[in-house]
Design a protein around this ligand. Structure first.
Ligand code: E4P
Length: 215
């Protein structure tokens, strides 16, 4: 399973990119709004940091508007992936962009049927939201398993991005469920990196090292 960073914060993207663990970034209108900066300016900066798929979301509610936003966004960089909300108009836009060989990430997926439709419309990626399903008492990881099962049975090559990740356990569960990618928020990525026993272990090694006779 590959890892993307789920943020529009360029400092965080630089820091995590330097670890060599991510190969893409996802943004959404809420993440962009948090930065208080111009949308295109932020996305352009992200493309200069990470050499991989960068999802930028459209906000139109009809296919025509979505496609025209997409055509502007792809001018920014060859790595731009158009994030489209899952709905009938979104499917229409996905099909049109696929014909134009533009990559899409169909987002806000909450059922396997939605993922199947998005894949059939030609989506490069689908983004099932694990955490938001857990929030309403469902099991987000079960949805990942269902989609992975369906895509594998039917030879569908759309990649599954486990989104709305809230904790390190979601990352490992997504990997076990067969997601191709997990898009991980900065704080969860930091938590995945650390473990109290690792910190304790490093401290003990250094302490013991002080007792080694030095010539
Ligand atoms: C990523 O593609 C999604 O927009 C994001 O993971 C949503 O996460 P949230 O449910 O924490 O807002």
């Amino acid at each position: 399973m590959k890892l993307f960073l789920d943020t529009a914060n360029v400092e965080h993207i630089r820091e995590i990119n330097d670890l060599g663990v991510i190969c893409g970034v996802t943004t959404n209108p809420s993440l962009i709004a948090k930065e208080g900066r111009d949308f295109k300016e932020v996305v352009t900066e992200i493309t200069s940091i990470v050499d991989g798929p960068i999802s930028a979301e459209v906000i139109s509610l009809n296919a025509e508007g979505m496609v025209s936003e997409a055509l502007e966004l792809v001018k920014i960089h060859k790595n731009i992936v158009i994030k489209i909300p899952m709905c009938a108009e979104g499917l229409k836009a996905t099909a049109q962009l696929t014909k134009k060989k533009i990559k899409t990430n169909v987002t806000l997926i909450f059922s396997a049927a939605q993922a199947l439709l998005a894949a059939r419309a030609g989506a490069t990626y689908v983004s099932p939201f694990v955490g938001r399903l857990d929030d309403v008492g469902a099991h987000g990881v079960d949805l990942l398993e269902e989609i992975a099962g369906i895509f594998s049975i039917h030879g569908i090559d759309t990649e599954i991005i486990a989104a709305s990740i809230r904790k390190p356990e979601d990352v490992t569960a997504a990997a076990l469920a067969g997601a191709h990618i997990a898009t991980v928020p900065y704080d969860v990525m930091k938590k995945c990196c650390n473990h109290p026993l690792t910190t304790q272990g490093i401290e003990r090694f250094l302490k013991d090292w002080e007792t080694v006779p030095k010539k």
